[in-house]
Design a protein around this ligand. Structure first.
Ligand code: FES
Length: 328
């Protein structure tokens, strides 16, 4: 992802901290993956976070989001793991090439749009680097005494981070499936008969998540919770129509034409909202809806969030109604 930064903020629902942090440690948890421990330069305690949270790492003019994958009780260091993406736009390569122990880096957050909801049992599914948020979640599920299983697939054992740690800590609750030896995760088999009340949390490549959506379709709404690396839906469609948006706090009304986003239309009118991915996957631009019906196109909100309709991601979502009134 190549992400734009809006440095001036006139109106926003984003209230996360921005901080300079120092790389306290760099490791290689798997082939092509760099692990970093980020710390307060003065050795102070870091803000608390919950499993599923991610931070923005800002390097020059790009921002990348990474899930915190360490122990939430550790107030001295935030752990992230960064996959060097061969076909990416250079952000992960820049992080691999520039961050060393002792390097300072700007960090925003943490922010959590992938919270672990309390449940009697969980099925966790991770694909590749998608293990990062899931790793913290299994720790919480274990601490809560929940019944849980983790199914973790990847290309090969050498490219899969944290396998030894997970199996050593949790034993048979963890199933590791390297594709080159065992093929892909058997999702239909894994979810053939989940116990009542089971929640399914998954993070990984789009193919895995789309297949999981199919397998979980018969289950009660809200059973499957996913975090995506890439947008699920296209930003624009040929059927898009113009609509009006009023930023109530700012006293500004704009028309959002097809091919434009609410974020950009407001930005042009001087109402700047913090954004990051601008693809509907990070949750930074989440905005409260006062009136009107959003046409949700993000990959962050759950089906239940969408039904409630009281918040939306303005970097990608549009309006079903002729107009929207937003709390910015
Ligand atoms: Fe990432 Fe809108 S900026 S969801």
């Amino acid at each position: 992802m190549s992400l734009a930064i809006h440095p001036k903020v006139l109106a926003t629902t984003y209230s996360d901290r921005v901080a300079k942090m120092v790389v306290a440690e760099r490791t290689e948890p798997a082939e092509g993956i760099a692990g970093f421990v980020l710390a307060d330069p003065g050795g102070g305690d870091l803000p608390r976070w919950t499993p599923g949270a991610h931070i923005d790492v800002v390097i020059g003019d790009v921002v990348r989001q990474y899930s915190l994958c360490g122990d939430p009780a550790d107030r001295k260091g935030w752990r992230i793991a960064v996959l060097r993406e061969a076909g990416g736009r250079g952000g992960s390569a820049r992080i691999h090439d520039t961050l060393r122990a002792g390097t300072t880096v700007e960090v925003r957050g943490p922010r959590n749009h992938f919270m672990l909801e309390e449940a009697p049992s969980y099925v966790f599914v991770a694909g590749g680097i998608g293990i990062t948020p899931i790793k913290a979640m299994v720790g919480e599920a274990e601490a809560a005494g929940a019944d849980w299983r983790l199914y973790y697939g990847g290309r090969s054992m050498s490219t899969m981070a944290f396998t030894s740690e997970l199996t050593a800590t949790y034993g048979e609750k963890v199933t590791i499936v390297p594709e080159d030896v065992e093929g892909r995760l058997d999702l239909a088999g894994i979810l053939s008969a989940p116990a009542t009340g089971t929640l399914v949390y998954a993070c990984g490549p789009e193919g895995l998540l789309a297949a999981l959506e199919d397998v979980c379709a018969p289950f009660p709404k809200g059973t499957l919770r996913t975090e995506r690396f890439a947008p699920r839906d296209a930003l624009f469609s040929d059927d898009d129509k113009p609509f009006e948006v009023t930023a109530e706090q700012s006293g500004v009304t704009v028309t959002v034409e097809p091919g434009r986003t609410i974020l950009h239309a407001l930005d042009e009118a001087g109402v700047m909202v913090f954004s990051s991915c601008e693809e509907g996957i990070c949750g930074t631009c989440e905005t409260r809806v006062i009136a009107g019906t959003p046409d949700h196109r993000d990959s962050v909100l759950t089906d239940l969030d969408r039904e409630r309709g009281d918040v939306m991601m303005i970097c990608c979502s549009r309006a079903i109604s002729d107009s929207l009134v937003l709390d910015i």
